[in-house]
Design a protein around this ligand. Sequence first.
Ligand SMILES: [Ca+2]
Length: 330
Amino acid sequence: MKNKPVLASLLILLAVTSYLYASHNMSMWRSANTASNDASMALGAFVEASQWLSENLREGEIALVPFLGVFSVLNPELGDKLMDYESIWSSAGVTIFERGDLKSLERLRRYFIDFLQNNWEIKYVVRDWVEPYVTFLFGAMVSDELMFLLSEIKILPFTLSTGWSSKITIYEIVRYTSLFSVGLSYPPKGYSTSPPNARIQYSWSGATIEKVGPGVGLYLPLESGINASRKNFLTVQIRLDVEDLELAIVFYFDRNRDGVFSDYVTDYAKTATFNQNEMGWVRGQWYTIYQTIPQGEADDPMVQIGFILIGDAVGTVTLKDLIVYTQTTS
Ligand SMILES: [Ca+2]
């Protein structure tokens, strides 16, 4: 396929013209000269991207690109180091007709994430403005592993004479392994609560915290601190039987390096908050929280995680399957 220059040229034409139609119905009024300058400007981004890939892809590494034909005709030596989105969509078994439907798009996105996680030879992912599913696939609205997997490494922007601008983004895939997990079906080692007499029930479905006061916290000290200078994130399952909840996940750092969080004078903490209404969390359903573990100052290790239920609401919150992931060194 990749050695068919005619097909490739057609794809280039497709790539270059689709934005002209998409972005400017008025484009037919513009002079042929301007249009061709614009076309080469947009194509230039593809040329630079393929150049960058051929300089950076090492043996055994693969880049996922839109329009395989375009990239391989621009840089034939990239050869079998490329793979296109279309082949993933085909193997996902979602037909082109189903792709307008949200459920199928969610399935595509899930498939995309699993594909990136399971195929370690994928080193880079190239995002353009033409691939029809980019907005959904890369959209920030969806909270899942994708935001941890992709790290922007190269941006190739351009602006057309019409003022319309776009870019090609190259992401490097960041690999993670799970550092530890806490099921929360029985009391975790060394845990504490605030207030100290807070009621927590442990069962196969997790730790159910009774929220009777304005602030109820569950604190889990870590057996060994997390190296917070690396990229780390956590996932935890949550189910609420309460309304208007504010959840704070607090990361406690050990400044004086005595292995524990002592207090806010000696040590310090960083917080991520979640608002039940903003998150769209409905009572009685399980949700997965994805949260970056912030970096400490001066490489201070993170030694404790706290889940604090804030607000006046009374009810219960169940947590289970806390997993901490850490970036693998490459
Ligand atoms: Ca300390």
